[in-house]
Design a protein. Structure first.
Length: 137
């Protein structure tokens, strides 16, 4: 049985135009996992959180931001192409005033850069996900 994992990187430098590619396997019994981009765990410009058993929407993609420890308004996308037990590649792009998240099926989510961060220095991948590849380019 796979155990939930956590990868936390500090002092990285992700700027507008850069991309982060995350590849791995979603666990068979996954409840959720998350990919966070920001300054630290209390200041997240993007909290990308696929959920597979949400109390409200079932299988849903949730995006949010956290400023000084306080969550903003969630953006919920009920068209979740991610499946438990599947191997996936997710590409996250910072375009300046927007984050773009490209899914394995080509679906793309957009989420505003609410804090207006020019540089992302903190990245975390956490949850019911086995990370196999992580690349910034």
């Amino acid at each position: 049985m796979l155990m939930p994992m956590e990868l936390e990187l500090k002092h990285v430098e992700l700027r507008a135009g850069d991309q982060l590619k995350v590849q791995g396997r979603i666990m068979d019994e996954a409840q959720r996992f998350q990919i966070d981009l920001g300054c630290d765990e209390d200041d997240l410009a993007l909290h990308f959180n696929p959920r597979f058993n949400d109390d409200v929407d079932g299988s849903v993609l949730v995006c949010n931001s956290k400023i000084a420890g306080s969550w903003g308004d969630e953006k919920r996308e009920i068209q979740n192409p991610l499946q438990r037990g599947s191997t996936v590649k997710i590409i996250l792009k910072l375009t300046g005033n927007m984050f773009e998240v490209e899914m394995p099926d080509g679906q793309e989510l957009q989420f505003p850069n609410r804090e207006g961060l020019d540089v992302i220095t903190y990245v975390r991948v956490k949850g019911d996900f086995k990370l196999t590849s992580f690349r910034i380019y």
